[in-house]
Design a protein around this ligand. Structure first.
Ligand SMILES: [Zn+2]
Ligand SMILES: [Zn+2]
Length: 314
């Protein structure tokens, strides 16, 4: 069962050469989740062979155009493809007004339900613990949101695979004559009592499942240690790195991070792996940003348009 991230755009603010605007597709057990939706997202998905129709939910970090101006186009194309399933969208407050206004002036009514759940001022003002709640879940996955520090209200997201039940060892079923009615309890950790009254410990009947995998998305944001508790131990962290550290002052002023700062966050959060992206168009060659990040956090990679990053089972 897969857990993989495909990056469709790595450029900040404006498209640059072969770098598109922010959009990523997270695929978990063959189900797709769109994270940010800069303009041309639907076209970039199409050319890369990712089926728009398979998107289950959409997570928008903030309402700057480079992260969401592709959304009305995605939503209307889905309608033309005959979508009937509801679409759930998460975003800071304002997205609903944006989409409603666009649809209204276009005299457009969506044929399938669109539910936009917004994070308002109260949500952003909540104490730390308030952000631990799940905002979205299905059988395989749960999603949490947390606040970033940008020029307008901005959310990061953490996608966590749910813990799978324990794997039953097939030979034990015959060995202890385990009825199928007892299987689900055993997978969930119960012991088994044989007809003769012997208790067989769960560890003797099952193997531990794979560890749940996780992905965190942090863009756009200036350096903020406050996000660390939300992303602790994450397998894959995408953190923006718009600038190099010689522009740290400008980065902080404009609500962005440097490569060194992104790496520091990954280091402090004990992330397993870091992808940096959202690059300023001032950088044609990105290798200095990679070097700068790697000096702090070795397991760093550059985000690359149309590249898929796999998180393997462990
Ligand atoms: Zn941006
Ligand atoms: Zn922004």
């Amino acid at each position: 069962l897969n857990f993989q991230l495909t990056i469709l755009g790595t450029s900040a603010a404006v498209p640059y050469k072969n770098r598109g605007l922010a959009a990523q597709v997270l695929e978990v057990h063959n189900r797709l989740f769109l994270v940010d939706c800069g303009d041309a997202t639907q076209f970039r998905m199409h050319t890369h062979g990712i089926k728009l129709s398979k998107i289950e939910a959409i997570f928008i970090s903030h309402l700057h155009g480079d992260h969401c101006f592709g959304l009305p186009a995605v939503l209307t194309t889905l309608a033309m493809q005959g979508r009937t399933a509801p679409m759930h969208i998460f975003a800071p407050k304002g997205l609903k007004r944006m989409i409603d206004t666009i649809f209204e002036v276009s005299n457009y009514v969506s044929p399938y339900p669109i539910y936009i759940e917004e994070f308002d001022e109260n949500w952003f003002a909540q104490p730390e613990s308030g952000f631990k709640t799940t905002i979205y879940e299905n059988k395989q996955l749960r999603v949490r949101a947390f606040p970033l520090m940008h020029r307008i209200p901005t959310c990061g997201y953490v996608f966590e695979e749910k813990q799978a039940p324990r794997n039953i060892i097939a030979e034990r079923i015959a060995q202890y004559d385990i009825p199928h009615t007892a299987i689900s309890g055993i997978k969930n950790g119960e012991n088994f009592t044989t007809k003769e009254g012997f208790v067989i410990e769960n560890e003797a009947l099952t193997r531990a499942p794979n560890k749940p995998r996780s992905f965190a998305y942090a863009s756009d944001t200036r350096y903020s240690a406050a996000i660390i508790p939300h992303i602790l131990g994450v397998d894959l962290l995408f953190h923006e790195a718009t600038f190099m550290h010689n522009m740290a002052e400008h980065a902080a002023f404009s609500g962005h991070s440097t490569a060194q700062e992104a790496a520091t966050i990954a280091q402090l959060a004990s992330a397993k792996r870091l992808i940096i992206g959202h690059f300023s168009a001032r950088y044609t060659d990105l290798s200095p940003l990679l070097l700068e990040a790697k000096a702090v956090f070795e397991n760093t990679e550059l985000a690359d348009d149309f590249t898929t990053y796999f998180v393997e089972k462990s």
